[in-house]
Every structure is written in structure tokens, then in C-alpha cells.
Design a protein around this ligand. Structure first.
Ligand SMILES: C[S@@+](CC[C@H](N)C(=O)[O-])C[C@H]1O[C@@H](n2cnc3c(N)ncnc32)[C@H](O)[C@@H]1O
Length: 298
């Protein structure tokens, strides 16, 4: 089909110029974040597309690397999305939240202050405690108990970044997400908004890693496949990152991927699994290389 000039202009809405240098600065740490591979993942996006959608946002590694002109980004975890909304609406507040907690932490008994902030979060999940916990917890692995969503990660061994450094990241990330609308939502209604020519990048929970939990919510891969099929039928491009082969113990994930849904597949080397690092605490990690599969509907 021949595209008119208008179509091409429409399709350019979500697209930044392709970044030549990888963007590696994280605003927050998150389990399964794609920061180190975002640049590689972006390389698979089509040359032309409309609005960019990221319905499993987490720490938004691909979004931040891409810095799209027009985008919709969402996640099911409310306090996490509230961090993103605050970044957009009142970045100064986000800076203050971090700086206040960092100062208390650095000038008191760090273990006690960390546990107080964690208790405050668990009493009433909120973005101000979560942003500090994500930066200060062990391995950057914010872990929630399945039964009740309790954030259970202990204090990290590292020193969390300074308020100045955090403040700089807020400014950088705010600029890179200026064209993005942040929503608190399950993936389905957000993906249903995508129109022909739009682009959706999906990075759902690692279905085979039972222990990686993002806030006690359930996630159904079958439902995601159904929603992807509908999007594909409308002419939306969908790129899906999914648990690849875990080499540990020779175990390889077999996922029930509907035949004909994806046109191409590739893999991205995601390095070592953060969760395993957390559990093994320094044990030999040689066998823990995880490869993420990338599945493309076009
Ligand atoms: C693998 S993480 C995404 C990591 C992200 N790409 C990054 O770079 O940090 C998966 C995310 O999906 C979210 N999630 C889980 N179930 C969801 C659902 N039903 N709808 C939307 N988001 C969901 C989790 O809260 C989590 O932040």
C-alpha cells in the first residue's frame, strides 16, 4: 500500500531520532530491568511507527533509551506509576522525597532507617518510600510477597546515590519522557488503545521465575497473547520480550506461543539474573546466564 505524506507524518509521531550512544542512567532500579539491553532492543523497532506504547513499564529502560516523541506507558503497580506521574508533573517533589530519606538514612542508623521506610511503605504503599527503597534495597531487587504484597527486600550493601546525582537523573528522565503519558493500568486496556501503525513493546513478568513477584498481582501469558493477536490484526507492531532459555541446570523454558502470532524471533543476552544473584549471595554465577527472547509480529 502506498503511503500518503499525511500517513508518513502520522507514523512519525512516536519516533525519536535513533540514539547512537546507549543511555545507561537508571532513575530507579527494578527487577528484570532492561537498561543494559535497551539499546539493542530499540534496534529492532521498525523504521516508521506512530505512538509508542510500553504497558509493562517497570523502571522504563526502553522508554528512557528511546525518548519517544509520543508515548503511553503504564504498569499495574500503583506506587510505581505514581513515581512516573510525579516525575512528569512535579519533579521537584520527587527530588525532595529522595533527598529527605537519603539524609535521614545517611545521618542515622542506616539499617533502622531503612526498615522504618520499608515499614512506612508496607503500611501504606506509596511512591515517596518506594523511590528510596528501589535505590537502597539489596541488589535493587524490590520483591513483594505473593500472599499480601509485602515489600520484603533487606537493605543493600551499597550506598544509594546522592540527592544531587538523583536530582540530575530526574531532570534527564523528565526530558526524555516529555512526550509520554503515564497510566496506572493493567496491560489490556492500554494495548487496546493502540491504532494501526503504532508500536507496542511488552516486557511482562518472567513467567518461569516463580519467585519474581511484582506486587502480588497475577499475570496471564495466555491473555497477553490474545491481546497481542488483536493488536496485530489491527496493524499494530508488537515486540515482546520473554523469558528465554535458562541455561542453569540445562533447564530450558518452553512457552505455549500460539503458532502464526509472531513473524520473527531473536534473542538478547541479558547477562546474569538479578534474582539469582540475590538468592545466591555471591555463590558461583557462571551458570546463570539468561537470554531474553524477542518476538516480533511483523
Ligand atoms: C519485567 S518488568 C518490566 C521491566 C522493565 N522493562 C524495566 O526495564 O524495568 C514487568 C512489569 O510488569 C508489571 N505488571 C505485572 N503484571 C501486569 C499487568 N497485568 N499489567 C500491567 N503491568 C503488569 C510489573 O509491575 C512490572 O513492573
Amino acid at each position: 500500500m502506498q503511503r500518503t505524506l499525511f500517513d508518513v507524518e502520522e507514523l512519525r509521531r512516536g519516533q525519536p531520532s535513533r540514539p547512537s550512544v546507549p543511555f545507561r542512567s537508571q532513575l530507579l532500579k527494578w527487577v528484570g530491568n532492561k537498561q543494559r539491553f535497551a539499546h539493542e532492543i530499540i534496534g529492532y523497532l521498525p523504521d516508521n511507527y506512530g505512538t509508542y506504547f510500553e504497558p509493562f513499564l517497570g523502571s522504563g529502560a526502553v522508554l528512557g533509551s528511546l525518548a519517544p516523541v509520543q508515548a503511553v506507558a503504564s504498569d499495574i503497580l500503583r506506587p510505581l506509576v505514581d513515581i512516573w506521574i510525579t516525575l512528569k508533573t512535579t519533579p521537584q517533589t520527587l527530588k525532595q522525597w529522595y533527598a529527605e530519606r537519603w539524609q535521614r538514612f545517611m545521618s542515622g542508623n542506616r539499617q533502622e532507617v531503612y526498615e522504618e521506610i520499608k515499614e512506612s511503605y508496607n503500611r501504606s504503599p506509596n511512591p515517596s518510600d518506594l523511590i528510596f527503597l528501589a535505590r537502597a534495597c539489596y541488589g535493587g531487587v524490590v520483591r513483594f510477597r505473593q500472599a499480601d504484597g509485602y515489600m520484603s527486600t533487606p537493605i543493600g550493601v551499597h550506598q544509594p546515590i546522592s540527592p544531587d546525582s538523583f536530582s540530575h537523573r530526574v531532570d534527564v528522565w523528565r526530558e526524555r519522557t516529555a512526550g509520554t503519558t503515564f497510566l496506572h493500568s493493567d496491560f489490556e486496556p492500554v494495548m487496546e488503545q493502540a491504532k494501526p501503525g503504532d508500536m507496542i513493546y511488552c516486557d511482562p513478568p518472567y513467567v518461569h521465575s516463580q519467585a519474581i513477584l511484582y506486587g502480588a498481582q497475577t499475570f496471564s501469558l495466555d491473555r497477553l497473547f490474545t491481546v497481542i493477536a488483536r493488536a496485530k490484526a489491527r496493524g499494530v507492531y508488537v515486540l515482546l520480550s520473554i523469558d528465554g532459555s535458562k541455561k542453569s541446570g540445562g533447564y530450558e523454558c518452553r512457552l505455549p506461543i500460539p503458532s502464526g502470532l509472531f513473524e520473527r524471533e531473536t534473542s538478547v543476552n541479558c547477562g546474569r539474573s538479578m534474582l539469582r544473584r540475590f538468592q545466591m549471595e555471591g555463590a558461583n554465577l557462571a551458570e546463570e546466564v539468561v537470554h531474553d527472547r524477542l518476538l516480533l509480529t511483523w
